[in-house]
Design a protein around this ligand. Structure first.
Ligand code: AP5
Length: 214
């Protein structure tokens, strides 16, 4: 089993880039999406997570690791995981190393999407997501063909509740404090490949594909 981590601030384009690697057989594991699914299902975990996510805070490590843990039960030989939004703290990174080692797997690459705060604020405040299928758009950079309607299934496009400007700033602060230290952690292991995420969607996807898609 091999794994890749997509690292980068909120709104750098991790989910957007992930699409191209899914086409190459990677299983996309977004802890944000797993948590939003629990919120949609109104589970106890989802209701507790919603309160933290709306404030731009992190969900406790134990909860997130618990969700990831079961993936490794079916981490058969040849499996390729793409982690997006996980790990986000040093404790999560250490746990991921342990889980990978326990199944004899390898963390092959950490793709760091670098992007300035001003670009991120424009991206997140213009992001819209299909409430049916989850396809992500941007009102300027990646607009749907018609109004607030999804090109894929005609679903209504919505703004995420944590994409309010104050909450975006909080998420950026937490990224700097809790997640950015992982860059040094993975650099020491020689795994980090930096991609300029301020480029166009096509250019960022091409740079990531060049590194890990072949
Ligand atoms: P999560 O869903 O993981 O949010 P995030 O990391 O903040 O990242 P986003 O999904 O906001 O952005 P993205 O980088 O995927 O960008 P996207 O491709 O959509 O987590 C949400 C919350 O859940 C967290 O705040 C936390 O509370 C909790 N959580 C999740 N994981 C956790 C964990 N491990 N531990 C604890 N808590 C956890 O792109 C953004 C926009 O820009 C889109 O509109 C897109 O169309 C546009 N765009 C993308 N790329 C480009 C480009 N190159 N040029 C122009 N526009 C672009």
């Amino acid at each position: 089993m091999t794994a890749i981590v997509l690292l980068g601030p909120p709104g750098a384009g991790k989910g957007t880039v992930a699409e191209i690697l899914v086409e190459q057989g990677f299983e996309h594991v977004s802890t944000g999406e797993l948590l939003r699914e629990q919120i949609r299902l109104k589970t106890k975990l989802g209701l507790e997570a919603a309160q933290l996510i709306e404030k731009g805070l992190l969900v406790p490590d134990g909860v997130v690791v618990g969700m990831i843990h079961s993936l490794f039960d079916r981490a058969e030989k040849g499996k390729k995981f793409l982690f997006d939004g996980f790990p986000r703290t040093l404790a999560q990174a250490i746990k991921l190393d342990e889980l990978i080692a326990a199944v004899g797997g390898t963390l092959s690459d950490v793709i760091l999407l670098e992007c300035e705060d001003e670009v991120i604020i424009k991206r997140l405040s213009g992001r819209r997501t299909c409430e049916k299928c989850g396809t992500v758009y941007h009102i300027t950079y990646n607009a749907p063909a018609s109004g607030d309607v999804c090109d894929v299934d005609g679903g209504r496009l919505k703004q995420r509740s944590d994409d309010a400007v104050d909450t975006i700033q909080k998420r950026l602060d937490i990224y700097a404090e809790r997640t950015a230290p992982l860059i040094g952690y993975y650099r020491d292991k020689g795994l980090v490949h930096v991609v300029d995420a301020t480029l166009s969607i096509a250019e960022v996807r091409a740079a990531v594909f060049e590194r890990v898609g072949k």
